[in-house]
Design a binder for this molecule. Structure first.
Ligand SMILES: *Cc1c(COP(=O)(O)O)cnc(C)c1O
Length: 450
């Protein structure tokens, strides 16, 4: 029995459970999608909260610029470029015998400075928020002061009284660990078995304590939480529930709005924007999608992408069980090369509060991620880590769907011709060259066999 029902009963009531448990790729367009103005009421946060987070990141820009010289070109703002993918779009459409419609773009979070993944948004934001709270309360800075003084021995000694802990499959640990250690905090990262060795090495080189587990992400998070609870001076970054992480991710939406204007891209009812977001526990894609829905409303269509072996968010939302269900309950093994997405149990906060905001969810195989990794490099010269490819087939799923989704939303031929399809490229620039070469080799082998 699985949550009081046999597998056969589950397959009867929820037809996608069959292919999900057989780890076949599936696509599910959300029948509960509601007008944005209504659905945003389910999330206990507002655009003012996102703008407050954005303003905080601006206050810290002088500090970031001083502490991380690679951010000088952007004056201490951690942001990534938009990159058009015309060749890859043509190739993928030709493969599927589809006409080229609309334009395919990459949001290159793989190029984010400091930690090379989407976690440089939420993770760094949460550490800065905590540092600001402590520094103001402790009189280290005054409201309105220039925060570059936080890049000093005095500030590091102050933050050294406190510690920060987090559980991670890798990238969140990198971003929290690097930022915390640079400010002077004692940092501990609890790493799941999926975490890549180079991520652990990199953190240790920054002076971060890395605790390794033989088990998955949920266990690493739980251990981290328990250790932090016993220490009043330890702040635990709760990837499954943190509002601050979520808001840090959401800031991306305001920035993207300006980038789209600069690129001459219109987003409105006649020019829809589709955004494809790789999903692990859900905080990163959830925060970005929340910000985008605040700004673009019904004109933006957000779709989450997960590995066939770790479809936790799709399973949680589809069954309505949210964080009460784990992929293991359905015999799905949570083993994937997409280490950033290797999560068995979704964030209940994201799944529940965004239930009516997201257009759909789909899964793809590790083999497809590797093939796309090699193809993206061959066609556009870009290098992403496996997790970050999950969003790439999303536009094909939308163009090929036969579930009545496009019709229900009035997404006709004219609108599809005007559409922008944005793939969120969530990570990759910090992957060591040797490791990246091995990824590319694996992808090329699969392409050749195709
Ligand atoms: C963490 C991560 C994601 C997903 O973010 P969640 O908040 O776990 O859903 C996607 N891609 C990469 C590369 C990541 O590191």
């Amino acid at each position: 029995m699985i949550h009081n029902k046999s597998l056969a009963d589950w397959c009867q009531s929820h037809p996608l459970i069959g292919p999900l448990t057989r780890v076949e790729p599936v696509t599910w367009f959300n029948p509960a999608l509601a007008p944005t103005a209504q659905a945003l009421g389910d999330v206990p946060l507002s655009l003012a909260d996102v703008d407050d987070a954005s303003a905080r990141l601006e206050r810290f820009a002088s500090y970031i610029q001083s502490a991380f010289p690679e951010t000088q070109a952007s004056a201490g703002i951690i942001e990534s470029p938009l990159i058009a993918l015309p060749r890859l779009q043509a190739t993928l459409c030709a493969e599927e015998q589809l006409p080229v419609q609309g334009a395919l773009w990459l949001k290159a979070d793989n190029l984010l400075p400091i930690s090379g993944s989407i976690k440089a948004r939420g993770g760094i934001y949460e550490v800065l928020k905590h540092a600001e709270d402590l520094a103001l309360a402790g009189g280290l800075i005054q409201p309105g002061a220039c925060y570059s003084t936080l890049d000093s021995d005095a500030a590091r000694a102050f933050f050294g009284q406190y510690s920060i802990a987090v559980g991670s499959t890798g990238n969140l640990g990198l971003s929290i660990g690097i930022m915390s250690a640079r400010l002077g905090f004692k940092a501990t990262v609890h790493m799941s078995a999926d975490a890549r060795q180079w991520k652990k090495d990199r953190l240790r080189a920054c002076g971060v304590t890395v605790v390794e587990y033989q088990s998955d992400y949920s266990v690493a998070v739980e251990q981290g939480r328990q250790q932090a609870e016993s220490d009043p001076k330890c702040h635990f970054v709760d990837d499954e529930n943190s509002i601050n992480l979520f808001l840090g991710y959401a800031v991306a939406a305001r920035r993207l709005q300006h980038q789209l204007v600069s690129a001459g891209i219109t987003v409105d009812a006649l020019h829809p924007l589709f955004v494809y977001l790789p999903c692990g526990v859900g905080g990163g894609p959830g925060g970005v999608a929340f910000g985008l829905k605040q700004i673009f409303g019904d004109a933006v269509h957000c779709v989450f992408a997960e590995p066939t072996h770790s479809p936790c968010m799709l399973l949680g939302v589809y069954t309505g069980l949210h964080d009460e269900v784990s992929v293991y309950d359905f015999g799905i093994d949570n083993r994937t090369a997409a280490d950033g997405l290797a999560v068995g149990r979704p964030s209940g906060f994201v799944g529940r509060s965004m239930q009516r905001l997201l257009d759909g969810y789909y899964t793809l195989s590790d083999e497809q991620m590797y093939r796309l990794l090699a193809l993206l490099h061959a066609e556009e010269g870009l290098k992403l880590e496996p997790s970050a490819l999950a969003g790439l087939p999303g536009f094909l799923r939308v163009l090929q769907e036969q579930q009545g989704y496009r019709q229900r939303l009035g997404l006709d031929a004219q609108r599809l011709a005007n559409a922008t399809h944005l793939v969120w490229g969530t990570g990759g620039s910090m992957v060591p060259a040797q490791e990246m070469d091995a990824y590319l080799e694996q992808g090329r082998t699969l392409l050749a066999a195709h």
